[in-house]
Design a protein around this ligand. Structure first.
Ligand SMILES: Cc1cc2nc3c(=O)[nH]c(=O)nc-3n(C[C@H](O)[C@H](O)[C@H](O)COP(=O)(O)O)c2cc1C
Length: 447
């Protein structure tokens, strides 16, 4: 197992010693200013030493805004991250349970969420949100804890409203429970725990076992709810997800477009704990960190499905497709139909995927220019294109067909940009497709 940074401040220390941390010493406003600076520095971790109206708190953002930072946290090269996630999914490891944690140092005498530096991120947003908030709860009937990100809109000093995407773990727990659902909310976590919380393992697998497979992730029992929560957290809120509803949104979401206002469950907070000098974690919606945390965990599931058809070498869920709708799949082609078969399998690995480009091993899948080169030189639309209509689609794609209460639908497309095989054993003129100059340009930043 990797023995790299195990909590957020260890990780901040590592990026700082690598000369990668920006610091903002002067006080900044939680109302758009922190977010504006994070947007301007997207791709760089930024530590804000002082936030107006929130004495004692520092704020950090952007710690997962480039593949390089996850690579640093997991001790692998950026283009091998998929394989670390795949290993964790294949071999989860139960973490140790400690008797105490640094976040228990301070229990606020009275719950006052207004003291915690929730942020207003974009001008059209419905209010002050926590976005790096990881929610722990039990799914009744399943006997295991579910862990997932939920944006939380602050209503007042003790209430939040949580966005629950229908059909996911927390939504299932809430719909199955007649009464309140006890929750623990962790804020301020290192990259490997953020990644584990973004993954959707098979039912019965606790996401923290994936985290432990990537780096040490000791857990502790939260005092009020008894939920197991990472000892590494900076701030922990305990409370109840109620069946009272309140408007949530509008909110700038993953695609950079405005998500609508919905009636969503109110969370009542009963306890606030934090480290003595807490670091609040910011995560800028719609920007790189949000996109990477959405897209990267789909790469191993796509690779698994493609591997059932042919040899999958790598997968990149690309930022231009909001890190959710587009992927490049790299294969070792061994038969004429491998390209299209790999594309179809990719849709099984990630149902929200809309467009897939399949390439050979001489293409840098992290370079949009390289991928376009493969399309330009190896693809013919009347031979290598597959369009499929009326398929399951993402609720996040504004151009899809959306109906209330029903899974969205839309078209999917595969571009097979592998070298065409015009004989059963390979291309008749392989020389025509071989790169003479510019082989694997490696100009990508690996975002
Ligand atoms: C940064 C980030 C923010 C997210 N926000 C939400 C959210 O507000 N509501 C939601 O239901 N899912 C949200 N998600 C998605 C879930 O956390 C994610 O799909 C998770 O893997 C679901 O796991 P589950 O299917 O096991 O519940 C978010 C994901 C990320 C990475």
């Amino acid at each position: 197992m990797n023995q790299g940074p195990t909590d957020l401040r260890d990780f901040i220390g590592e990026v700082e010693s690598g000369g990668l941390l920006e610091q903002v010493p002067q006080p900044v406003s939680p109302d758009l200013e922190v977010a504006r600076i994070l947007a301007a520095k997207d791709g760089t971790p930024v530590l804000f030493r002082s936030v107006e109206g929130h004495p004692g708190y520092r704020v950090v953002g952007g710690i997962g805004s480039d593949r390089r930072y996850y690579a640093l946290a997991l001790g692998v090269s950026p283009d091998r991250l998929l394989f670390r996630l795949r290993e964790a999914l294949a071999s989860p490891v139960p973490p140790p349970v400690d008797s105490g944690a640094p976040w228990m140092e301070v229990e606020e005498p009275a719950v006052d969420l207004l003291r915690v530096p929730f942020l207003r991120h974009w001008p059209g947003d419905g209010g002050y949100y926590a976005t790096a908030s990881v929610v722990f709860l039990h799914v009744p009937g399943n006997g295991y804890e579910n862990v997932s990100f939920h944006r939380l809109l602050r209503l007042d000093s003790t209430h939040l409203v949580a966005r629950l995407v229908e059909g996911r773990g927390a939504h299932t727990a809430w719909t199955r429970s007649k009464g309140d659902v006890p929750v623990a909310i962790a804020i301020g976590l290192p990259p490997h725990i953020l990644l584990a919380a973004s993954m959707s393992p098979p039912e019965g697998v606790f996401e923290m076992h994936l985290a432990q497979a990537m780096a040490p992730t000791p857990l502790v029992d939260a005092p009020l709810t008894g939920l197991l929560v990472p000892a590494a957290a900076e701030i922990v809120l305990e409370g109840r997800m109620t069946h009272n509803m309140a408007p949530e949104g509008p909110f700038v979401d993953l695609t950079g477009t405005m998500d609508i206002v919905r009636q969503q469950p109110v969370v009542e907070i009963d306890r606030i704990y934090h480290r003595r000098d807490p670091i609040y974690q910011a995560l800028l919606p719609g920007m790189r960190e949000h996109r990477l945390l959405m897209g990267m965990p789909r790469e191993p599931t796509i690779c698994d499905e493609v591997s059932k058809e042919c040899r999958c070498l790598n997968v990149h869920v690309t930022p231009g497709g909001a890190s959710w709708l587009h992927a490049v799949v790299q294969i070792e082609k061994r038969s004429p139909d491998d390209g299209i078969a790999a594309g179809i399998a990719a849709f099984r690995g990630h149902q929200s995927l809309k467009h897939v480009v399949v390439v050979d091993n001489d293409v840098d899948i992290f370079s949009p220019e390289d991928v376009e080169w493969a399309v330009a030189t190896r693809f013919q639309a009347d031979r290598d294109l597959r369009v499929m209509s009326d398929m399951p689609s993402s609720s996040l794609d504004p151009s899809a067909h959306h109906r209330p209460g029903v899974r969205s639908t839309g078209a999917k497309m595969i571009l097979d940009a592998t070298v065409p095989w015009d004989t059963p054993t390979g291309p008749a003129h392989p020389e025509a497709f071989r790169r003479v100059i510019g082989t694997s340009s490696r100009t990508s930043l690996l975002f």
